[in-house]
Design a protein around this ligand. Structure first.
Ligand code: NAP
Length: 282
């Protein structure tokens, strides 16, 4: 019998994951409010994750859950309601309904780390988040860590991919500055690829850092992008104090599971994005 998988908050990462799972023969259900934006062949479950009254009747006996919702607004109440309450209430409802859950996943963020001096961080590093978003995400991680099922938290760094062209546009318009702060990113294909890989891994750990092979300074990324785009190199600038970027994420644990990145660095990932951007800006 095919595995029944629920992707709660089925947006960019969720849809990319769904496509992989469908190719495996899984029965894939996606939760979101705009179900018309689900990838083809994903079965819709239209609920609002912040309205638990809607969870009473899960449409299938789910074996796996990926909680990949993201908050609409950057305020603490909204964050807590989507990441903590929504996650807890959904899992509670699925258990009450008798779903034979095997593994539950949560896509957390490297915002849980407070290091801002260029230090390397991994799954064992201290998590002293400087802001509410990281603190709320740690609360959500605890729900997964304490789950009776196999719970797996994946801390993703900055997600980029097709359609996410903010940085490319900034460089194109001459609005980027080259700063020496470290940044970390992961292509949406690798978010999906890594989650898919961890779903099938025989003995997974409870926590993974999901970031590509190469932390890179903002200066290096924007200068590379400017060359690819054929525009002048961005001028040197100061990192805004409010940015709090500047750590280096180590993905050794994920790579040791045998996962191979489709886009090991920003160069492979951005090449196609730049090409498409140029063909549209033309
Ligand atoms: N963006 C980053 O750089 C980054 C970094 C680290 C971690 N993450 C995490 O990675 C995960 C996947 O990110 P993504 O880029 O795939 O996000 P995304 O494209 O924004 O997808 C998230 C989906 O959640 C749905 N959603 C939000 N609130 C909901 C609600 N109340 N009820 C039902 N559905 C709801 C939205 O669909 P509707 O609007 O149709 O409901 C949206 O499509 C998220 O958990 C995010 O927090 C992101």
């Amino acid at each position: 019998m095919s595995d029944k998988v629920l992707i709660a908050g089925c947006g960019d990462v969720g849809n990319a994951l769904a496509t992989r799972l469908l190719a495996d023969g899984c029965e894939v259900w996606g939760v979101r409010r705009r179900v018309e934006a689900l990838a083809e062949a994903v079965r819709p479950w239209r609920i609002d994750l912040t309205e638990p009254r809607g969870f009473d009747a899960p449409p299938a006996a789910f074996d796996y859950v990926f909680y990949t919702a993201s908050a609409d607004r950057r305020d603490e109440d909204q964050y807590r309601s989507v990441y903590v309450d929504g996650l807890r209430d959904l899992l509670g409802a699925l258990r009450t309904a008798g779903c034979p859950l095997q593994r539950v996943f949560f896509t957390s963020s490297t915002a849980v780390y407070g290091q801002d001096d260029g230090a390397w961080v991994d799954e064992d590093s201290a998590t002293v988040p400087p802001r509410f978003n990281g603190r709320v995400l740690l609360e959500a991680e605890a729900i997964i860590r304490d789950a009776p099922e196999t719970g797996i938290n994946v801390r993703l760094s900055g997600i980029y991919g097709p359609g996410r062209t903010r940085l490319v546009r900034k460089v194109w318009k001459g609005e980027a500055t080259a700063t020496d702060s470290w940044t970390n990113r992961i292509h949406v294909d690798d978010c999906a690829g890594a989650l898919h890989h961890l779903m099938r891994l025989e003995h997974p750990e409870a926590l993974y850092l999901g970031s590509d092979d190469e932390p890179v300074t903002t200066a290096d990324v924007v200068s590379w992008l400017s060359t690819e785009l054929g525009v002048p190199a961005p001028p040197a600038g100061q990192t805004q104090q409010t940015e709090r970027l500047n750590k280096r994420c180590l993905n050794a644990r994920l790579r040791e599971t045998g996962y191979r990145f489709e886009h090991p660095t920003f160069r492979e990932g951005y090449r196609l994005i730049v090409r498409e951007f140029l063909s549209q800006s033309g």
